[in-house]
Write a protein that binds this ligand. Structure first.
Ligand code: NDP
Ligand code: MG
Length: 386
């Protein structure tokens, strides 16, 4: 008998939300969408509710509730989002952006829901606490971020002690071939044009600065309990290979596929089984070449911070993430320059070295202080006028 899995999708109106809905739409016999959330986009949320007849619906920002026309009742506000995450389901997908995803995802695993997580900022800031809670509650944390999903598939559970190192690939973003002299004039509209992936604005800017890969180094270290010196980053513009695990006997297991988030989402939702997605075939005979480069740390200094934050007890991943969120937001609003995103994060990390957080409340406090410090730095030093 084919028992359908009940799925809750947080961030249904975003890019991860859209890929998740594609997967669920094409596989209605396998999944029931029992809950969805959006923050502002009440119109799109209404469409989703009407298409999938979703019974539990949340708009976390109450301001736009008037625009909702879905056929099922709407709940509004942050506390409703937490209540949604606590509804018993087989897997909750977190496609919320930034630290706003932390409380709902933690609420989900605390009540025993398995978590398919794209929201890397939460894992960067609270990964250790999430992993501990998942062991305590015996729930699965299934990585959706494509590189981590790749490593997850290549890691042989019985052979973790025999892993030499892992490789995360990076597309290099839209400025891979832009001369460094032009970096200070990069505008938001250029930074959000990713050459390979179609994603939300924040992660697109992170890819352009390569802070995305710094976040992913930290994300990998917590998800796979692996030290920073065992994580390598390789620029691979075609983004066909997503991740590699190098074993001590010389074997390297790699994960390949066209860059489409539907695949990692399907792996996470069906694991350990696989389903037929009827995708275009990837034949190496049709791929003329695959390129790989060492990252350029002069152009992308933020990338190094990924390793530094894991190595140094004085550098906090919570601070790195919070400060990057503030800096990216200011860049998208044309308040700071592209190159100052790194300077703001670097200075915030140097000025604020909090103790290691013991629980979620500690993380929220550190996050708040780091945001205030970055905002203050922006006001004093980095605001520019064209
Ligand atoms: P989007 O900006 O496209 O979507 C964000 C979603 O979160 C929207 O549904 C949005 O609602 C909702 N949201 C925004 N602010 C809040 C808030 N304060 N509280 C609750 N919900 C909120 O982002 P992406 O889908 O691109 O990325 C989502 C996460 O997945 C990020 O953490 C990103 O790093 C990660 N990720 C994304 C990948 C991708 O391919 N896009 C790949 C790998 C990881 P509304 O639309 O109503 O504003
Ligand atoms: Mg990724």
């Amino acid at each position: 008998m084919n028992i359908k899995k009940n799925i809750i999708l947080l961030g249904a109106t975003g890019s991860i939300g859209a890929s998740s809905l594609r997967l669920l739409r094409d596989n209605r016999e396998k999944f029931n969408l029992v809950g969805v959330s959006a923050h502002n986009n009440a119109e799109l949320l209404s469409k989703i509710v009407n298409e999938f007849d979703v019974p539990n619906v949340v708009l976390s920002n109450p301001k736009n509730a008037k625009s909702y026309y879905g056929k099922n009742d709407l709940n509004v506000g942050f506390s409703s989002l937490i209540e949604l995450a606590k509804i018993n389901c087989d897997i909750l997908i977190s496609g919320i952006i930034g630290m706003s995803g932390l409380y709902p995802a933690f609420a989900a695993i605390s009540v025993g829901n398995n978590l398919a997580i794209a929201n890397k900022e939460t894992l960067v800031s609270a990964g250790k606490i999430f992993m501990e809670k998942s062991y305590e509650k015996k729930v699965k944390i299934l990585p959706v971020d494509s590189e981590h999903n790749a490593i997850f598939q290549c890691l042989e559970k019985n052979n973790i002690a025999n892993v030499n190192f892992i490789t995360l690939t990076a597309s290099g973003g839209p400025f891979l071939n832009t001369p460094i002299e032009n970096f200070k004039n990069i505008k938001p509209q250029d930074a959000i044009k990713h050459p390979v992936w179609k994603m939300g604005q924040k992660i697109s800017v992170d890819s352009a600065t390569m802070f995305n890969k710094a976040l992913e180094i930290i994300e990998a270290s917590v998800l796979f309990n692996i030290k920073s010196d065992k994580i390598e980053v390789t620029v691979h513009p075609e983004h066909i290979i997503h991740g590699l695990v190098h074993y001590k006997d010389g074997s390297i297991l790699a994960n390949l596929g066209f860059p489409d988030m539907i695949t990692p989402l399907s792996v996470a939702l069906n694991w350990p089984k696989r389903i037929d997605l009827n995708l275009k075939k990837l034949s190496l005979n049709n791929i003329r070449s695959l390129n790989f480069f060492e990252p350029d740390f002069k152009k992308f200094p933020g990338l190094k911070l990924g390793w530094e934050v894991i190595q140094s007890p004085h550098c906090s991943p919570v601070v790195l993430n919070a400060s990057n969120e503030i800096a990216v937001d200011a860049f998208l609003k044309n308040i700071v320059r592209f190159t100052d995103i790194y300077n703001i994060v670097y200075e915030t990390l140097n000025h604020y070295s909090p103790p290691i957080p013991k629980n979620i409340d500690d993380i929220i406090n550190i996050d708040k202080i780091a945001r205030m410090k970055s905002l203050d730095l922006i006001k004093r030093k980095f605001t520019y006028d064209d």
